[in-house]
Ligand binder design. Structure first.
Ligand SMILES: Cc1ncc(C[n+]2csc(CCOP(=O)(O)OP(=O)(O)O)c2C)c(N)n1
Ligand SMILES: [Mg+2]
Length: 358
């Protein structure tokens, strides 16, 4: 089986029969979101380097995942790994929520408890990522099983990296999902690297989609920089899932163009040539070319989209930077419905200690 590509690097459709029938508005919204992901990335790393934000997770080159959001229903669950911010933006997360989260200020919906970039939002069924690699795969398999059990017609999609396929949770989740024929979509973002470990040192079966055979589910490999390949593969997988035919594994072959995080220096373990080879496959540039060729947008319209978001982002950053951190007492919230006496005691002790120190 070959790798599914619909939109090539020049922005051309390779097979007219596979060109998705999507409205101009939907396509423009998708581009807008991809641009937002890219600009949030660029802003995030600058803020981290300026010492204003503690940590940064790079997303450059992996923005084609937005095609997934177009293919899903709004009510379907999504478990991201940690580079799939486009799904949250497509589903309408407030950009201010993301920015406040980066600064871990008092308006951060995560209340300053998560690494910057590891956010979720229950309103849009975008689940908080767990830091241990692979955990979300079993969580998603459970959520998909719950949908089947309740008969609510929902589909659960879970993203994970190539490195995560070496985790026990990959096996558990794939096996459970397939054997229970649950409505799950497993999407492996094969970006070739797990921090400094290349794919060839991670697994002897480097065509990850083939692992699906062992679990008894279909596996498809797509160009992970092609928004239409995502759309097409996910759409097909949702149809199977909703028909009671069980899960699908989608391997999206992409590349982590940036470092793993702000704590990583990839020049220590990979060549510039490799990175350059992938830069020309940029998912946003090819989609922009497509939209220009189609007559939906001009170069000027696209420039305006960047400028508009730049302004919005700068305003949000200025505001977020000035806000105080969450109240110390909030660290005791949310775990128990009613705070147990031993924690109440600790809370009072901490607060009186903090008062004395001030
Ligand atoms: C169980 C576990 N082991 C190690 C780590 C440290 N760690 C964080 S990200 C990462 C690499 C993950 O690579 P991959 O799954 O390919 O995702 P990518 O970062 O490439 O998107 C590792 C080893 C962790 N978070 N959890
Ligand atoms: Mg990886």
């Amino acid at each position: 089986m070959s790798r599914l590509q619909i939109l090539n690097e020049n922005g051309d459709i390779l097979d007219k029969n596979l060109e998705p029938d999507l409205s101009k508005e939907t396509l423009i919204k998708a581009l807008k979101v991809m641009i937002q992901v890219r600009m949030l990335n660029d802003k995030g790393i600058r803020l981290q380097r300026q010492g204003r934000v503690g940590f940064h997770i790079f997303t450059v080159g992996q923005e084609a995942h937005v095609g997934t959001a177009i293919a899903l229903e709004e009510d379907d669950w999504v478990y991201p790994a940690y580079r799939e911010h486009g799904i949250a933006l497509y589903r309408g997360i407030e950009v201010a929520d993301i920015v406040n989260h980066l600064f871990a200020n008092e308006r951060d919906p995560q209340k300053g408890r998560r690494l910057p970039g590891l956010f979720g939002d229950p309103k849009i069924k975008f689940v908080n990522p767990s830091a241990p690699i692979g955990t979300q795969i079993v969580q998603a398999a459970g959520t998909a099983y719950a949908s089947k059990y309740r008969g609510d017609g929902g589909v659960t999609t879970v993203f994970f990296g190539d490195g995560a396929t070496s985790s026990n949770d990959f096996h558990n989740g794939m096996n459970f999902g397939a054997v229970t024929k649950s409505p799950a979509i497993f999407i492996c973002m094969n970006n070739q690297w797990a921090i400094s470990v290349p794919l060839s040192k991670q697994t002897a079966q480097t065509e990850i989609y083939k692992k699906a055979v062992a679990y008894g589910m279909p596996g498809v490999q797509i160009d992970g920089n092609d928004i239409f390949a995502f759309y097409h593969a996910v759409k097909e997988a949702t149809e199977r899932a909703r028909n009671g035919e069980g899960p699908t594994l989608i391997e999206a072959v992409t590349y982590r163009v940036g470092p793993h995080t702000s704590s990583d220096d990839p020049t220590r373990y990979r060549t510039d040539d490799e990175v350059k080879k992938w830069r020309v496959k940029d998912p946003i540039e090819r989609f922009q070319k497509y939209l220009i060729n189609k007559g939906y947008l001009s170069k000027k319209d696209i420039d305006a989209m960047y400028n508009e978001f730049e302004e919005q982002l700068n305003d949000l950053v200025d505001e977020a930077d000035k806000l105080p951190k969450p109240e110390l007492s909030t660290m005791f919230d949310d775990v128990f419905k009613e705070i147990p006496p031993f924690l109440q005691e600790q809370k009072e002790e901490l607060l009186s200690f903090a008062e004395e120190e001030m």
